[in-house]
Design a binder for this molecule. Structure first.
Ligand code: FES
Length: 577
């Protein structure tokens, strides 16, 4: 492979020369490094590391970073551990999504500010890979994702537990009275069996698939379980590859083209991936100036069969997918649906890795002739309830509810919903449509994963297990149900979701991609003069929340901050001394 001229290495702007500034940059970094470590021939590689004891799914990434480091050294580069903002999905309040853009912004600034030529992105838990990719897209330095990998399967009373999905299921069983709370509590010890992220096809697993389908990780890496020795082997390999990428000048904008994004959408559909991938892919594309729209998800995903028999849509878990052949084996079964052009971090197109991938278990990676669902993907709905769009994941929904007409039962906030949902006097039937607002990017703020709101206890006890639910919120990738999400504009941004009243008739028609309330335009205009609840959308007064609320965009464009859209490159114009 041809190498770039060494003086073109970005880090030479810090280290090359005999003036005082170059002296300072070098002297403070030496600290035992080999004499030639800061020569302008040596690619300087940051390992953007989201390891944190408070991000349990990423706790093991320091060990992974060590393997990357060895690979960088072996290839002639110089590695640096760069701890970056980390987000533990289950831990941070009010919701990790509030902090995704903050993490991405902080990462971007540190990538640009430091003397580095390439970056290895260590992620895992839900928001970490999206934030890393958004940041890498913004600075457009050579970058590769190392997916931290899913945990091994835990078991409770002899049955496999899908972490996330089975928490939702078991907690609903408690509310329905079919298991005791004690039994539910006992399962807590078994849910998280090992290091790694959630083992369903939730958001973390989906984003690892996304990174691979975009071409941003070594093909065959996604889905490797966190405790598997091959994770460290491929991390070492990644360390070598990033040095090569710097030498060849291969950047994220060369890899993450529009065609690569469409491939990622197809891959997400085929694995029955998380709806959260929609806001993340839109935000990453926005950072690159790639013209990706909500409608691309519907059109690119149309006709893609779900071949991954994985929770929450199917039966198995990520460990099973890896055993059955892994993500590449699954993608090889839909190779004809992928664009063959986009290259990966290796410089070779993704499809070139697919030809001879064996499948070892057809019950996990389903044959094309017998998919879990024929035509899944993400359906984009529009109508007078969601003029800019809303989404639903049909693979996780109840088929007969995909066409539904019913009266709205409206909740103005998550607190309102929690206070009333189990009220025996709540006027609700299985045909009702539960509407939750005040949970969008601006309204909450941060767009939490509450769209899969619990069903009323009295209906659960009567055997109801799914209802149509509509909100401006997101849903956990491990959740399921006939749940319409990401309604845009959200209620707090003046969207008509804020004008729905209990009793309004709502019509959902997924086949025709429509979501409407049976309320005239004239009546909606009259209602808009007196919004339902201003109090639910109180404005934060300071700090990140203030900045976020003032600048966050709506879900249909990725919920990034408006001033972060568009790549700003790696240039730093002024010296520090
Ligand atoms: Fe981290 Fe699920 S909580 S991936």
């Amino acid at each position: 492979m041809e190498k770039v001229i060494v003086s073109q290495l970005r880090s030479a702007e810090w280290y090359e020369g005999s003036d005082r500034n170059a002296y300072i940059h070098r002297a403070w970094m030496r600290r035992g490094l080999p004499d030639d470590a800061l020569d302008s021939t040596k690619p300087q590689i940051a390992i953007a590391n989201t390891a944190s004891d408070l991000t349990p799914c990423n706790m093991h990434l320091n060990e992974v970073a060590d393997s990357v480091k060895q690979g960088v050294w072996a290839a002639g580069g110089v590695p640096y551990n760069l701890p970056v903002v980390s987000l533990g999905e289950t831990q941070v309040k009010p919701t990790a999504m509030l902090w995704r853009n903050m993490a991405a912004m902080a990462m971007e600034e540190m990538f640009r500010a430091n003397p580095i030529d390439g970056i290895v992105l260590l992620g895992g838990c839900d928001k970490t890979i999206p934030a890393l990719l958004m940041a890498a897209a913004s600075v457009n330095l050579p970058a590769i994702v190392v997916p931290g990998g899913p945990m091994l399967t835990g078991h409770f009373r002899g049955e496999a537990l899908g972490c996330g999905t089975d928490v939702w299921r078991l907690s609903e069983e408690v509310r329905a009275g079919t298991i005791t709370n004690d039994q539910f509590q006992q399962s807590e010890q078994s849910t998280i069996r090992s290091k790694g992220h959630c083992n369903t096809m939730g958001t973390a697993s989906t984003m690892a698939v996304v990174a691979e389908a975009l071409g941003m990780s070594i093909p065959g890496f996604a889905g490797t379980p966190a405790p598997d020795a091959r994770l460290l082997k491929m991390s070492h390999q990644t360390g070598g590859l990033i040095v090569e990428m710097v030498e060849q000048g291969r950047r994220p904008s060369d890899i993450m083209t529009k065609a690569a994004f469409l491939n990622a959408i197809v891959a997400v559909a085929a694995v029955g991936g998380s709806t959260n991938s929609v806001v993340h892919l839109l935000a990453i594309a926005g950072r690159l100036g790639v013209d990706l729209t909500l409608d691309d998800f519907d059109s690119a995903g149309a006709g893609v069969p779900v071949l991954a028999n994985l929770q929450p849509s199917g039966a198995f878990l990520m460990d099973d997918l890896h055993r059955a052949g892994g993500v590449l084996a699954l993608l090889s079964r839909i190779e004809d649906l992928l664009n063959p052009e986009p290259i990966t971090v290796t410089g070779v197109p993704l499809v070139d890795y697919l030809g001879d991938q064996p499948v070892y278990d057809d019950t996990v990676i389903l044959p094309r002739a017998a998919p879990l669902m024929d035509d899944a993907g993400i359906a984009v709905l529009r109508g007078n309830l969601a003029p800019q769009g809303a989404i639903i994941k049909p693979a996780a929904a109840t088929k007969k509810l995909l066409q539904h007409v019913g009266p709205a039962v409206v909740f103005d906030s998550i607190e309102d919903m929690r206070a009333r949902i189990d009220d025996p006097d709540l006027a609700v039937t299985a045909d009702s449509v539960l509407v939750l607002r005040g949970c969008g990017p601006r309204g909450y703020p941060g767009m939490p994963e509450v769209g899969n709101m619990p069903l009323p206890r009295k209906l659960l006890e009567a055997g109801v297990r799914d209802m149509v639910r509509i909100s401006d919120a997101r849903m956990s990738g491990t959740a399921y149900g006939t749940v319409i999400l990401h309604v845009a504009p959200e209620a707090a941004a003046g969207g008509p979701l804020g004008l729905v009243r209990t009793g309004d008739i709502i019509t959902l028609d997924v086949e025709n991609r429509s979501l409407n309330m049976d309320v005239s335009a004239e009546e909606l205009r009259a209602r808009s003069q007196s919004p339902a609840s201003e109090a639910a959308y109180a404005q934060p007064v300071r700090g990140w929340e203030r900045l976020y609320v003032d600048h966050v965009m709506q879900a249909d464009t990725g919920a990034d901050l408006d001033f972060l859209v568009g790549s700003s490159g790696d240039k730093v114009s002024r010296e520090s001394h």
